[in-house]
Write a protein that binds this ligand. Sequence first.
Ligand SMILES: C[S@@+](CC[C@H](N)C(=O)[O-])C[C@H]1O[C@@H](n2cnc3c(N)ncnc32)[C@H](O)[C@@H]1O
Length: 343
Amino acid sequence: MPSLDELKALLQDFRATASHEDREDLKTFIADTFFDLVSHDHTNELADTMEQLQAVAEDIRPHVDVSGDFPSTKSSTWPQSGEFSELNPETTVVYDDFLYPDSLVDQMMDDGTIPSHYCNHCGSHDTAPLDIISHSAPVPALAAVFRFILPAAMFPNQLVVSPADVDRMRTMTLVDVGSRLGPVLFGAAVLADFGRLVGLEISAEYNDLVSKVAAARGYGQISVQQCDVTSPAAKGALSQADVLYIHNVFDFFVDPARIIAAWSAVIDNITTGRTRPGFAVTKPSLETMLGNAGMGQADIARALAKFTQVDSTEAKAVACKEITALEDRQDVIDDITVYTIAP
Ligand SMILES: C[S@@+](CC[C@H](N)C(=O)[O-])C[C@H]1O[C@@H](n2cnc3c(N)ncnc32)[C@H](O)[C@@H]1O
Protein backbone atom coordinates (compact mmCIF):
# COMPACT_ATOMS: atom_id res chain seq x y z
CA MET A 1 0.00 0.00 0.00
CA PRO A 2 1.38 3.52 -0.82
CA SER A 3 2.24 5.80 2.12
CA LEU A 4 0.10 8.90 2.66
CA ASP A 5 2.77 11.09 1.04
CA GLU A 6 2.97 8.78 -1.98
CA LEU A 7 -0.82 8.82 -2.29
CA LYS A 8 -0.83 12.65 -2.14
CA ALA A 9 1.86 12.78 -4.87
CA LEU A 10 -0.19 10.37 -7.02
CA LEU A 11 -3.28 12.55 -6.59
CA GLN A 12 -1.34 15.70 -7.51
CA ASP A 13 -0.12 13.96 -10.70
CA PHE A 14 -3.63 12.76 -11.39
CA ARG A 15 -5.06 16.28 -11.00
CA ALA A 16 -2.48 17.69 -13.38
CA THR A 17 -2.99 15.15 -16.15
CA ALA A 18 -6.43 13.48 -15.86
CA SER A 19 -9.32 14.25 -18.18
CA HIS A 20 -12.26 16.31 -16.94
CA GLU A 21 -14.44 13.16 -16.80
CA ASP A 22 -11.87 11.24 -14.73
CA ARG A 23 -11.51 14.16 -12.29
CA GLU A 24 -15.31 14.31 -11.92
CA ASP A 25 -15.36 10.55 -11.36
CA LEU A 26 -12.71 10.83 -8.63
CA LYS A 27 -14.60 13.74 -7.06
CA THR A 28 -17.76 11.61 -6.79
CA PHE A 29 -15.76 8.65 -5.43
CA ILE A 30 -14.12 10.80 -2.72
CA ALA A 31 -17.38 12.54 -1.84
CA ASP A 32 -19.12 9.15 -1.47
CA THR A 33 -16.28 7.31 0.27
CA PHE A 34 -14.84 10.00 2.55
CA PHE A 35 -17.96 12.04 3.11
CA ASP A 36 -16.98 12.86 6.70
CA LEU A 37 -13.64 14.31 5.51
CA VAL A 38 -14.77 16.44 2.59
CA SER A 39 -18.17 17.57 3.74
CA HIS A 40 -18.09 20.96 5.33
CA ASP A 41 -20.57 22.36 7.79
CA HIS A 42 -21.37 25.34 5.56
CA THR A 43 -24.59 26.04 7.41
CA ASN A 44 -22.96 26.79 10.78
CA GLU A 45 -19.90 28.46 9.33
CA LEU A 46 -21.95 30.67 7.03
CA ALA A 47 -24.27 31.55 9.90
CA ASP A 48 -21.18 32.86 11.78
CA THR A 49 -19.99 34.94 8.84
CA MET A 50 -23.49 36.32 8.29
CA GLU A 51 -23.51 37.41 11.94
CA GLN A 52 -20.25 39.29 11.39
CA LEU A 53 -21.78 41.05 8.40
CA GLN A 54 -24.92 41.84 10.39
CA ALA A 55 -22.67 43.50 12.99
CA VAL A 56 -21.15 45.68 10.23
CA ALA A 57 -24.67 46.55 9.00
CA GLU A 58 -25.64 47.56 12.54
CA ASP A 59 -22.62 49.90 12.72
CA ILE A 60 -23.69 51.58 9.47
CA ARG A 61 -27.49 51.75 9.94
CA PRO A 62 -27.68 54.77 12.28
CA HIS A 63 -25.75 56.96 9.81
CA VAL A 64 -28.03 56.65 6.75
CA ASP A 65 -31.76 56.36 6.00
CA VAL A 66 -33.58 53.10 5.14
CA SER A 67 -32.52 53.40 1.50
CA GLY A 68 -28.88 53.55 2.60
CA ASP A 69 -28.58 57.22 1.59
CA PHE A 70 -27.24 60.42 3.02
CA PRO A 71 -29.27 63.47 1.96
CA SER A 72 -26.45 64.26 -0.51
CA THR A 73 -26.44 60.80 -2.16
CA LYS A 74 -30.17 60.48 -2.93
CA SER A 75 -30.50 59.35 -6.55
CA SER A 76 -31.99 62.00 -8.80
CA THR A 77 -32.23 60.05 -12.08
CA TRP A 78 -34.40 57.09 -13.12
CA PRO A 79 -33.31 54.46 -15.69
CA GLN A 80 -34.89 54.95 -19.13
CA SER A 81 -34.50 51.34 -20.29
CA GLY A 82 -34.04 47.88 -18.76
CA GLU A 83 -35.92 46.21 -15.89
CA PHE A 84 -35.97 49.26 -13.57
CA SER A 85 -37.37 51.60 -16.23
CA GLU A 86 -40.68 49.74 -15.98
CA LEU A 87 -41.07 50.69 -12.32
CA ASN A 88 -42.98 53.82 -11.38
CA PRO A 89 -40.84 56.10 -9.17
CA GLU A 90 -44.02 57.14 -7.31
CA THR A 91 -44.80 53.60 -6.18
CA THR A 92 -41.28 52.24 -5.74
CA VAL A 93 -39.35 52.39 -2.48
CA VAL A 94 -35.64 51.78 -1.91
CA TYR A 95 -34.66 49.70 1.14
CA ASP A 96 -31.00 48.90 1.50
CA ASP A 97 -30.84 45.12 1.25
CA PHE A 98 -27.48 44.92 3.07
CA LEU A 99 -28.56 47.06 6.04
CA TYR A 100 -32.14 45.78 6.14
CA PRO A 101 -32.45 42.06 5.33
CA ASP A 102 -35.89 40.72 4.35
CA SER A 103 -36.78 39.62 7.88
CA LEU A 104 -36.16 43.15 9.20
CA VAL A 105 -38.10 44.82 6.35
CA ASP A 106 -41.04 42.41 6.94
CA GLN A 107 -40.96 43.22 10.65
CA MET A 108 -40.86 46.98 9.99
CA MET A 109 -43.74 46.70 7.53
CA ASP A 110 -45.75 44.65 10.03
CA ASP A 111 -45.26 47.19 12.82
CA GLY A 112 -45.95 50.10 10.45
CA THR A 113 -42.46 51.69 10.74
CA ILE A 114 -42.25 51.66 6.95
CA PRO A 115 -45.08 51.46 4.38
CA SER A 116 -45.75 48.34 2.33
CA HIS A 117 -48.70 49.50 0.19
CA TYR A 118 -49.87 52.58 -1.66
CA CYS A 119 -53.40 53.77 -2.28
CA ASN A 120 -54.66 53.35 -5.85
CA HIS A 121 -57.37 56.01 -5.33
CA CYS A 122 -56.67 58.38 -2.51
CA GLY A 123 -59.00 57.76 0.41
CA SER A 124 -60.16 54.33 -0.81
CA HIS A 125 -59.15 50.88 0.46
CA ASP A 126 -58.01 49.93 -3.03
CA THR A 127 -54.30 49.49 -2.28
CA ALA A 128 -51.40 47.77 -4.06
CA PRO A 129 -48.01 46.63 -2.79
CA LEU A 130 -45.11 49.02 -3.34
CA ASP A 131 -42.23 47.83 -5.56
CA ILE A 132 -39.05 47.43 -3.55
CA ILE A 133 -35.51 47.89 -4.88
CA SER A 134 -32.06 48.05 -3.27
CA HIS A 135 -28.80 49.69 -4.32
CA SER A 136 -26.72 47.34 -2.12
CA ALA A 137 -25.91 43.65 -2.39
CA PRO A 138 -27.67 41.43 0.21
CA VAL A 139 -25.62 39.14 2.47
CA PRO A 140 -26.90 35.79 1.01
CA ALA A 141 -25.82 36.91 -2.47
CA LEU A 142 -22.37 37.88 -1.15
CA ALA A 143 -22.04 34.46 0.50
CA ALA A 144 -22.99 32.77 -2.79
CA VAL A 145 -20.45 34.80 -4.77
CA PHE A 146 -17.49 34.59 -2.43
CA ARG A 147 -17.95 31.00 -1.25
CA PHE A 148 -19.24 29.28 -4.39
CA ILE A 149 -19.61 31.24 -7.64
CA LEU A 150 -16.26 33.06 -7.75
CA PRO A 151 -14.10 30.17 -6.37
CA ALA A 152 -15.67 27.82 -8.97
CA ALA A 153 -14.56 30.25 -11.71
CA MET A 154 -11.11 30.96 -10.25
CA PHE A 155 -10.24 27.38 -9.29
CA PRO A 156 -12.21 25.10 -11.63
CA ASN A 157 -12.39 21.33 -11.10
CA GLN A 158 -11.37 21.46 -7.45
CA LEU A 159 -13.15 20.01 -4.47
CA VAL A 160 -12.14 22.83 -2.16
CA VAL A 161 -9.93 25.93 -2.36
CA SER A 162 -6.48 24.54 -1.53
CA PRO A 163 -4.00 26.20 0.88
CA ALA A 164 -1.83 27.10 -2.15
CA ASP A 165 -4.81 28.86 -3.75
CA VAL A 166 -5.50 30.73 -0.51
CA ASP A 167 -1.86 31.92 -0.60
CA ARG A 168 -2.39 33.07 -4.20
CA MET A 169 -5.57 34.93 -3.25
CA ARG A 170 -3.63 36.77 -0.55
CA THR A 171 -1.57 38.38 -3.31
CA MET A 172 -4.70 39.47 -5.21
CA THR A 173 -6.71 42.68 -5.25
CA LEU A 174 -10.48 42.90 -5.57
CA VAL A 175 -11.93 46.23 -6.70
CA ASP A 176 -15.59 47.12 -6.14
CA VAL A 177 -16.66 49.56 -8.86
CA GLY A 178 -18.99 51.96 -7.02
CA SER A 179 -18.60 50.69 -3.47
CA ARG A 180 -21.35 52.71 -1.70
CA LEU A 181 -21.72 51.40 1.91
CA GLY A 182 -19.17 48.64 1.30
CA PRO A 183 -21.22 45.38 1.40
CA VAL A 184 -18.97 43.84 -1.25
CA LEU A 185 -15.80 44.92 0.57
CA PHE A 186 -17.01 43.74 3.99
CA GLY A 187 -18.45 40.58 2.43
CA ALA A 188 -15.13 39.74 0.76
CA ALA A 189 -13.22 40.52 3.99
CA VAL A 190 -15.33 38.03 5.94
CA LEU A 191 -15.93 35.40 3.25
CA ALA A 192 -12.72 35.34 1.13
CA ASP A 193 -8.94 35.71 1.38
CA PHE A 194 -8.04 38.60 -0.95
CA GLY A 195 -4.98 40.58 0.17
CA ARG A 196 -6.46 43.94 -0.82
CA LEU A 197 -10.06 45.09 -1.12
CA VAL A 198 -10.41 48.45 -2.82
CA GLY A 199 -13.62 50.42 -3.19
CA LEU A 200 -13.90 53.10 -5.88
CA GLU A 201 -16.72 55.50 -5.05
CA ILE A 202 -17.65 59.02 -6.09
CA SER A 203 -19.29 59.94 -2.75
CA ALA A 204 -16.91 61.14 -0.03
CA GLU A 205 -19.57 60.52 2.63
CA TYR A 206 -19.82 56.81 1.80
CA ASN A 207 -16.05 56.53 1.75
CA ASP A 208 -15.63 58.18 5.17
CA LEU A 209 -18.21 55.87 6.71
CA VAL A 210 -16.76 52.70 5.14
CA SER A 211 -13.20 53.68 6.20
CA LYS A 212 -14.31 54.29 9.79
CA VAL A 213 -16.25 51.02 10.10
CA ALA A 214 -13.43 49.01 8.44
CA ALA A 215 -10.85 50.51 10.84
CA ALA A 216 -13.06 49.98 13.90
CA ARG A 217 -13.71 46.34 12.98
CA GLY A 218 -10.06 45.62 12.08
CA TYR A 219 -10.51 44.97 8.35
CA GLY A 220 -7.11 46.42 7.41
CA GLN A 221 -7.30 44.96 3.88
CA ILE A 222 -10.13 47.39 2.99
CA SER A 223 -9.41 50.81 1.51
CA VAL A 224 -11.54 53.23 -0.49
CA GLN A 225 -10.57 55.72 -3.17
CA GLN A 226 -12.79 58.70 -3.90
CA CYS A 227 -12.98 58.99 -7.68
CA ASP A 228 -15.24 58.89 -10.70
CA VAL A 229 -14.75 55.37 -12.13
CA THR A 230 -14.93 56.78 -15.66
CA SER A 231 -12.01 59.16 -15.03
CA PRO A 232 -8.29 58.52 -15.68
CA ALA A 233 -7.81 58.59 -11.86
CA ALA A 234 -9.55 55.20 -11.66
CA LYS A 235 -7.55 53.60 -14.46
CA GLY A 236 -4.71 52.09 -12.40
CA ALA A 237 -7.04 50.35 -9.94
CA LEU A 238 -9.38 49.10 -12.69
CA SER A 239 -6.80 47.85 -15.17
CA GLN A 240 -4.69 46.06 -12.56
CA ALA A 241 -7.49 44.52 -10.44
CA ASP A 242 -7.43 40.73 -10.21
CA VAL A 243 -11.17 40.70 -9.54
CA LEU A 244 -13.67 43.44 -10.37
CA TYR A 245 -17.12 43.56 -8.80
CA ILE A 246 -19.61 45.61 -10.82
CA HIS A 247 -23.11 45.83 -9.36
CA ASN A 248 -25.31 48.00 -11.53
CA VAL A 249 -23.00 50.94 -10.98
CA PHE A 250 -24.63 53.59 -13.20
CA ASP A 251 -28.43 52.98 -13.25
CA PHE A 252 -30.01 55.56 -10.90
CA PHE A 253 -26.71 57.48 -10.61
CA VAL A 254 -25.75 58.65 -14.09
CA ASP A 255 -27.88 60.81 -16.37
CA PRO A 256 -29.36 58.44 -19.03
CA ALA A 257 -28.04 60.79 -21.74
CA ARG A 258 -24.46 60.13 -20.55
CA ILE A 259 -24.70 56.46 -19.63
CA ILE A 260 -23.26 54.93 -22.86
CA ALA A 261 -20.23 57.23 -22.61
CA ALA A 262 -19.82 56.30 -18.91
CA TRP A 263 -19.86 52.57 -19.72
CA SER A 264 -17.43 52.98 -22.63
CA ALA A 265 -15.02 54.83 -20.34
CA VAL A 266 -15.20 52.25 -17.56
CA ILE A 267 -14.73 49.29 -19.95
CA ASP A 268 -11.79 51.12 -21.51
CA ASN A 269 -10.28 51.77 -18.06
CA ILE A 270 -10.61 48.05 -17.20
CA THR A 271 -9.09 46.66 -20.38
CA THR A 272 -6.58 49.18 -21.80
CA GLY A 273 -3.15 48.75 -20.26
CA ARG A 274 -4.17 45.54 -18.47
CA THR A 275 -1.04 43.45 -17.99
CA ARG A 276 -2.53 40.38 -16.34
CA PRO A 277 -5.71 38.32 -16.62
CA GLY A 278 -8.56 39.07 -14.26
CA PHE A 279 -12.12 38.17 -13.34
CA ALA A 280 -15.26 40.28 -13.27
CA VAL A 281 -18.35 39.54 -11.19
CA THR A 282 -21.28 41.57 -12.46
CA LYS A 283 -24.96 42.01 -11.65
CA PRO A 284 -26.69 41.85 -14.05
CA SER A 285 -24.52 40.66 -16.96
CA LEU A 286 -22.34 43.22 -18.76
CA GLU A 287 -24.33 42.52 -21.93
CA THR A 288 -27.56 43.42 -20.12
CA MET A 289 -26.15 46.59 -18.54
CA LEU A 290 -24.68 47.81 -21.83
CA GLY A 291 -27.92 46.90 -23.66
CA ASN A 292 -29.98 48.73 -21.00
CA ALA A 293 -27.71 51.74 -21.50
CA GLY A 294 -28.75 51.72 -25.18
CA MET A 295 -25.51 50.45 -26.72
CA GLY A 296 -25.99 48.54 -30.00
CA GLN A 297 -25.11 44.84 -30.36
CA ALA A 298 -22.03 45.44 -32.54
CA ASP A 299 -20.65 48.02 -30.07
CA ILE A 300 -21.35 45.67 -27.15
CA ALA A 301 -19.43 42.86 -28.87
CA ARG A 302 -16.51 45.24 -29.54
CA ALA A 303 -16.51 46.54 -25.94
CA LEU A 304 -16.56 43.04 -24.50
CA ALA A 305 -13.95 41.48 -26.79
CA LYS A 306 -11.66 40.80 -23.81
CA PHE A 307 -14.41 39.37 -21.55
CA THR A 308 -15.36 35.68 -21.65
CA GLN A 309 -18.40 34.53 -19.69
CA VAL A 310 -17.90 31.62 -17.26
CA ASP A 311 -20.68 29.05 -16.84
CA SER A 312 -21.78 29.38 -13.17
CA THR A 313 -24.87 27.16 -13.37
CA GLU A 314 -23.46 24.37 -11.20
CA ALA A 315 -21.88 26.74 -8.64
CA LYS A 316 -25.22 28.58 -8.26
CA ALA A 317 -27.06 25.29 -7.73
CA VAL A 318 -24.57 24.29 -5.00
CA ALA A 319 -24.88 27.75 -3.37
CA CYS A 320 -28.67 27.41 -3.27
CA LYS A 321 -28.31 24.01 -1.58
CA GLU A 322 -25.79 25.24 1.01
CA ILE A 323 -27.11 28.71 1.89
CA THR A 324 -30.42 28.42 3.70
CA ALA A 325 -31.17 32.14 3.29
CA LEU A 326 -31.23 31.67 -0.50
CA GLU A 327 -34.13 29.21 -0.31
CA ASP A 328 -36.74 31.84 -1.18
CA ARG A 329 -34.31 34.51 -2.50
CA GLN A 330 -32.76 32.67 -5.43
CA ASP A 331 -33.59 35.73 -7.54
CA VAL A 332 -30.71 37.65 -5.88
CA ILE A 333 -28.14 35.43 -7.61
CA ASP A 334 -29.98 34.59 -10.86
CA ASP A 335 -28.38 37.35 -12.92
CA ILE A 336 -24.95 37.40 -11.26
CA THR A 337 -22.44 36.74 -14.04
CA VAL A 338 -18.72 35.95 -13.95
CA TYR A 339 -16.21 36.72 -16.74
CA THR A 340 -12.54 36.13 -17.27
CA ILE A 341 -10.73 39.20 -18.63
CA ALA A 342 -7.83 38.74 -21.02
CA PRO A 343 -4.80 41.08 -20.75
C1 LIG B 1 -25.77 50.09 -7.04
S1 LIG B 1 -24.57 50.87 -6.02
C2 LIG B 1 -23.49 49.47 -5.81
C3 LIG B 1 -23.04 49.30 -4.38
C4 LIG B 1 -22.14 48.14 -4.08
N1 LIG B 1 -21.16 47.87 -5.10
C5 LIG B 1 -22.95 46.90 -3.79
O1 LIG B 1 -22.95 45.97 -4.62
O2 LIG B 1 -23.59 46.82 -2.77
C6 LIG B 1 -23.66 51.88 -7.14
C7 LIG B 1 -22.67 52.86 -6.49
O3 LIG B 1 -21.87 53.40 -7.52
C8 LIG B 1 -21.62 54.76 -7.23
N2 LIG B 1 -21.32 55.44 -8.51
C9 LIG B 1 -22.18 55.74 -9.50
N3 LIG B 1 -21.56 56.34 -10.52
C10 LIG B 1 -20.25 56.41 -10.16
C11 LIG B 1 -19.08 56.93 -10.80
N4 LIG B 1 -19.14 57.48 -12.01
N5 LIG B 1 -17.90 56.83 -10.14
C12 LIG B 1 -17.84 56.27 -8.90
N6 LIG B 1 -18.90 55.76 -8.26
C13 LIG B 1 -20.10 55.84 -8.87
C14 LIG B 1 -22.88 55.27 -6.58
O4 LIG B 1 -22.59 56.41 -5.79
C15 LIG B 1 -23.31 54.05 -5.77
O5 LIG B 1 -22.79 54.15 -4.48
